[in-house]
Every structure is written in C-alpha cells, then in structure tokens.
Ligand binder design. Sequence first.
Ligand code: ADP
Ligand code: MG
Length: 723
Amino acid sequence: MADLDSKLSSVVGDRTAKVLTDAFAIRTVGDLMRHYPRRYLVRGELSDISTLVEGDEVTILAEVLSSTNRPLRGRKGSIFEVVVTDGTDKLSLTFFNQAWREKELKVGRQGLFAGKVGIFNNKKQLSHPDYEMIPDGDDVDAAASSFAGKYLPVYPATAKMPSWKISQCVEMAVDSLDEVADYLPESIRTAHAYPTLQQALVQLHRPADLETAEIARERLTFDEAFLLQSLLVLRRNALKKLNTLSRKVIEGGILQAFDESLPFELTGGQRHVCAEIEGDLAQAHPMHRLLQGEVGSGKTIVALRAMLAVVDSGGQAALLAPTEVLAAQHLRTIEKLLGPLAQGGMLGSDEKATQVTLITGSQNAAARKAALALAASGDAGIVIGTHALLGEKVEFKDLGLIVVDEQHRFGVEQRDALKEKAQKPPHLLVMTATPIPRTVAMTVFGDLDVSTLRELPLGRQPITTHVIAVMEKPTFLERAWARIREEVGQGHQAYVVAPRIAAGNDENADIDFLFGSESSDIASVEELAPRLHGTDLAGLKVAMLHGRLSSEQKESTMQAFAAGEIDVLVSTTVIEVGVDVANATVMVIMDADRFGVSQLHQLRGRVGRGSSPGLCLLVTNSLAQTPARVRLDAVAATLDGFELSRIDLEQRREGDVLGASQSGTQSHLRLLRVLRDEELIESARKDAQELIATSLDLTSYPELKAELNAMARDIAVDYLDKG
Ligand code: ADP
Ligand code: MG
C-alpha cells in the first residue's frame, strides 16, 4: 500500500516513474494524484461532424484521414493539421508547433476529440482539441482499463506519456492508496459540505458523474486558497511579533511645518490613508502596508508625510523608485514640496529642516560619494534611489522606513535586501499605481495591509480618450497632429508615445505573431521624431526620450520638458510611471494595441494633471471587433483603474497575474484562478483567519501545520533557487 508521500516508482515501476518525473516533475504518489485531468470526455454524448455549429463545445468520435505539418509563412513555428471523419463529414484539427502529435494521430486510428468548433477558410475546425485515441491492438491493456468508464479523464500529456497511460498510472495509484489524512479541519470541511481529501482526489480522477467531479474540484481549489491564506495570516502574525522602534508624530516637527506649508488641502482619501499610516508607524512592530491608488491620486504626498514622521523621530526614510527618470523626478518633486525644509545643514536653515539625497547607478563618483556620506551620517533624512540603493556601499545611520514606489517592478528579494540595511526591522510602505483587484491583492500581497486612494484631488480635469483607427479613417491621424498643434498654440505640451526605440528590430517576432502585425510597421521613436519635426509638427520643438539615452541625456530632456522648453516629447514607455508635468495636455499613443490595458491607463495618466483637461488619442491599425481593438475601446470607455486592471489581468496567464516573484507560490496553485475564484478566496481567507485566531500556532491542527510547513519550505526553496 502507498500514501501520498510514497515514491511513485513503488506503484508504477521505475521506467514509467522516470518518464512521469521527466515530463511533469511528478515524483510521489501525491504528485500524481495532483496531476489533475483537464476535462472529461463523455461517452454516449457524441455529435455528428455534419451537424457542428461554430462556437459549440463538442465531443466527436472520428477516424484520422490525413495529417500535414506546414511551416508558418515568414514566421517561426509550424501548424500541424489533421483531417478526421466520422462518415458524416470531415473536420480539421489544428495544433501550433506540435508536430510530435503525428505519432498519436496516425492515419486510420480512431479517437474521441473535444473542443470548441471554429471556422477557418470556410472549414470547420477544432484548434488544439483535447483527445483520447481509442487504443488499438498494441495497447490492449489500455482498452481494458482507461476506456471502461463513462467519463474519460483527459490529462495534460506528452508524446511519451499520452493521456491514457497517465490514466492507467492513476488507476494503479488509486488502487494502492491507503487512507489519506485530511489536513483541512473537519469543521471547515463540513461547513462547506466538501468531500474528504481522499474522496476528492479519487473522484476527480474517476468521477461517478460530472457533478461529483465538480465538487471534488471545488474542494481542491478551495484547499489551495485556504492553504495560501493560512500561510499569509501566519506570516502577518509573525511580522506583528517583530520589534521595532515606534515612530510617533511629534508636535512642532518637520511634518507639522510641512503640513502648514502645503499649498493645497489633502483630499479626504489622503487624510484617511495618512491616519492609517501614522497609526502603523506608532506601533512597536513594523508596518507592512500597500498603498494603491488611481493614477494621479496623490500618493507621493502620502508617502512623503510618512517619511517626515520618521525623520521627526530621528530616523531616515529610503524611497526606492523603478527607474532613474522617476528617481530623479521624485528628488525634484520632494525638494520642491519641502522648499526650505529640504535645506538642512545650510547656514541659517530652519532647524527642523532635513536633507534629501539621490543615489543612482549612473551618477558620477563625486556625487555618489557625497550622497553615500549623507546617508551614512544620517544627515539625509530622505534618501531616494533606484536599485543602486541596494548596493553594498550604501549605509544608513537609522533606516526607519522603506517606501517602494510602483511595486510591480520590484520583487520581494529587493525589498528584503534593503531591509538588511536597517538596524531594527524597518517599516515598509509599498505603493502601486496599478490598482489591483481585491483578490489579487489578497493573494499576492496577502501579508500586507491595504490602503486605497480612489479619489482624485479636486479640480482635476478628466481625461478624454479616443481610438483613432487608421485603417478605417486614415485622415484622423492628421487630426491628431492638428490637436497637438492647437494645444501647443495655447501654451500646452504634448507626448507622442511609440512602442519601439528604433525600427526593424525583430526581437518581438513572437508577439507579432500574436498581434497579427508585421514588426516593420511598428512606430519607433527614432523614426517618428524627425518625421514629425519635419512635416506634421514642423516649427514645434520636438525631442526624443528613450531608454538607450544616457542618464544625463534623459535627465536633461525631462528637465527641459518640465520647464516648458520642449513642446512635444516623443518617447517610449520610459514615461509610463509617475512622470508629472502638469502643463502636458495631450498624448498620442502610436500602435496603441501593442500596449497592455493597465499600461495605457498609466500612460494617459501623464496628461490632464494640471488645471486643463487631458486628451489621449490611441492610434491603431487594428480592425473593429478584433481582441486588440476591444481592449482599446475598453480603455477609451472608462477611467476606472480597477476595472481596467481586471480586464488586463483576465487576458493574462495566471502566472503573469501573480507576478514573477511568485513562482514558488504558483506551483501550489494548480486549480485556483485569482480572478475567477473571488468568492472562494474570500471565504478561504475568512476561514483561515478564524481558525488561526482559535489556535495561534495551530497546535490543535497538526496535519494542517505539517502541510503548511511543507508548503512554506517549498516556497522558500523556490525563492532561493532564483539566486
Ligand atoms: P500619483 O498617485 O499618480 O503618484 P502624484 O502623487 O504624482 O500622483 O500626484 C499627482 C499630482 O497631484 C501632483 O502634482 C501632486 O502635487 C498633486 N496633488 C496631490 N495631492 C493633491 C491635493 N490634495 N490637492 C491638489 N493637488 C494634489
Ligand atoms: Mg506616483
């Protein structure tokens, strides 16, 4: 007999075990039981090919007539096409880059094929169908077992390990399985009316009917959410136990002086979030807070006030920015906001004043030396920088707060590297400009408290967005340039954004395939700027900004743009995050379909930041109704960043939703989909919180504790692997 931890080879033999390990990293019986079927083929519910209608989800029984593999024209990759018939009609099956399937889909063989009917070149087809070949004389034992039931599970498979073989291995595993201990506490299991772990695992592979399979799947999906949330609750509790210096707001300090000097009132939302943060900082354990807010909602001031509270307590704050452009801009903005309060150490300066310094990778030796000295002596209350801040030579006298701007560019590793530089565990404030749906926040940042700024400062002008479909209305592009000329005529400025720096680099060939466009057609900064300067925008001051310029060039261009010396900035997405030039009122985004939804929202957030309304024009070659165009229409239709972020995430694979730094977590999320399974995640979180509140270290739940420990180890190992 075997349990979930038993070696797979003890059940299926060494040879088969090795193939499964190589193909799917399946090593134990438990790993195999968790190799879940993708779907079930149902015997007796077959369709005739002649009756198929586009869009139907169907299963058919058919024989392979022919197969061909042809390379894609002008692109990497090939299409493997198989024609099958059931006597009523023919149907083609297509696979991208999977010529190896020829071994299974041999002419003359019969199989069950399932998928969604599409039409291509007037022919009915299934693209990437799931299938199960009816075993022929060579696989008699397969015929006996895996084809016996009514529901045939279809597994993720490879050439060497087809679905029916996996099915056989699972049969053997199920038959030899001892009683499986259930880590899910009985009270939670019964409250949801879930089957036991053993029942769920068996039923998923050998369902009596589809409803049973569905409940089994739900229980196992819930498990993933529950285990992850439990881990996050435990991690948060552990953080709460860490000791650190509390940073209480004091009377008559720099924070108060700053508040008095502010030329505007904080919004209600800003006041609320500031109070939450001050409450956190006053605690003797480190704050761990995520601040998410709409583009332009005024996160910088909120962060600055937190930094000043720490300065008031004699400590320092570090502000980590994702790019040099943004770090330099933060320095400018913060120095400007602080005014004389940033002039600490100067003759006759305000005694409450502090110093602000900048550390980046490309600054010259003298500047760097000065900045390092200011950080190490504690004279700089605020140290701003890029990832250069993480460098070995950077030291602080008393680092009390770390602010990470635009979180999505930094991994947990980088946060931790900076924490190392503090004497006591520092407070942490993570800011993200891309609002994220609640359940994603709960999954990715579940160990952080979340503050949200929804409101924009009063008097902010709305941004109007239009899609300019060049294929349908070529003359509209002229209108875009005309709008820029008008705005500049009124003393405003403009951005023109292009996806590429230079023409003709083919590194995006794969993407081109997906987008269905040729790379040579894509607008580039280096082509566009001179062309605009020479023709449509002749007479205007046009400058370029992109990542290949030196940091001095970038910095001086941004400064000149901020100072109004440049009318039109032709740029790549280096301006995407955080750039704040209030006088810029119009943005034209070329080949806008090349950008993600959230990215477009970020980009257009650069205009309409002052007192004049903003205009954003999304130029595209995409045709109406295509997915690319639907995305652009969505961006044009709403200014709600949460809504857009959801649309954006829905189009990505789950791994991308969770982010690169979450790969350890990902391997534990096989069934859970953070957008789809909102309710499940909410209830799993509630269950985890309630359970852990009754048994803080889970001593009453040893099985659960063991499962979580194993998972924590896995995640940690994965995390170290990435170096
Ligand atoms: P984001 O949240 O996108 O980082 P910023 O912090 O850059 O936004 O703020 C956008 C602009 O709004 C800045 O110019 C900032 O000075 C201004 N701002 C922030 N808070 C207020 C307020 N309460 N009233 C008026 N303007 C504000
Ligand atoms: Mg910002």
